[in-house]
Design a protein around this ligand. Sequence first.
Ligand SMILES: *Cc1c(COP(=O)(O)O)cnc(C)c1O
Length: 385
Amino acid sequence: MRDSNLPYGKQWLDDADIEAVVNVLKSDYLTTGPAIQKFEEKFSNYVGSKYSVAFSNGTAALHGACFAAGIGEGDEVITTPMTFAASANCVRYVGGTIVFADIDEKTYNIDPIEVEKKITAKTKAIIPVHFTGQPVDLDAIHQLANEFHLVVIEDAAHALGASYKGRKIGALSDMTMFSFHPVKHITTGEGGIISTNNEEYYQKLQQFRSHGITRDKDKMTKTEGAWYYDMQFLGYNYRMTDIQAALGVSQMLKLEGFVERRKEIVKQYNEAFADIDGIITPYQSTECDSSWHLYIIQLRLEKLKVTRKVIFDTLQNKNIGVNVHYIPVHKLSAYKNIGYNKEILPKAEALYEGIITLPLFPAMVEQDIKDVIKAVKEVIQYYSI
Ligand SMILES: *Cc1c(COP(=O)(O)O)cnc(C)c1O
């Protein structure tokens, strides 16, 4: 058994990252200086978008996207229950109503057929989540968006480096959000970004992250002098610092390598688990390229003598840092308490009962991978019927 706990996810930082951060600390600008612009440009280049707007975190970025899309009271926005709470919370921040559509049991992503069933005259937007890094069926989502005049905000917190039918995630919908939390593909400590090709959204996002204030004379009807500024709507202080942005620039240089390493580990997991009857390995698309943020095994509970909890606890006791992604959002108290307790989303709820996330991050060494494989094989064999 391992003598130290292996986390499920973790950052990779090297000397170049540390130097990049230290250089900012020695410079004139700690926030909103040259590093922000450089990071945004680099990011846009990578995902192929015209614009990017960096935020203090991914959740703030989603809040900004909901604001820019004009979502407000009386509007409904559809998302998946199989996601982190932030994908839904952002709609509530702007006064909108979140509507959950069930998942596809094979890909675990939101099912466009279920989305269509939830569309009403009030529906304003869809927030598809590329769960685990596996791209959502964007063609079907965009078709619905065109037909019903909906805004599409992709939650790509898991999908930096992923491609949909040969096209990088990040410039395919109205707006796309990425997160730079340490467990994600690259990190800025905390951080997020919206990429977009739409200039109007771009302008709104920039202003939203800085109190709604502008100094741009073209946007104001008057000026009282060189000092003049106006606050044109209620915004927030959601700015990313230059310290974070410099780390982001440095991390971007390693992104492709990070994604490749994740794919290598996934390949080893898939091969090792292929002939184990008690588990279902993750969906592999032939047309899309997952960036593999998470590796989730689904237990075939009918083939096991014990519940997920026993398998989970056993792995944790073996120092394998397992996790569960996610508790369906409509099952959380802050949603149940506002009426979602009546909501039934059978596929997401069934999936939740049997999933376990295994450690997956580029800094894993070969022994870590072997330890995970050995522990999973042992526990599943031990508890198999
Ligand atoms: C991480 C994450 C977010 C939020 O990002 P933060 O940067 O942590 O605020 C949103 N959606 C999903 C699916 C995530 O995994």
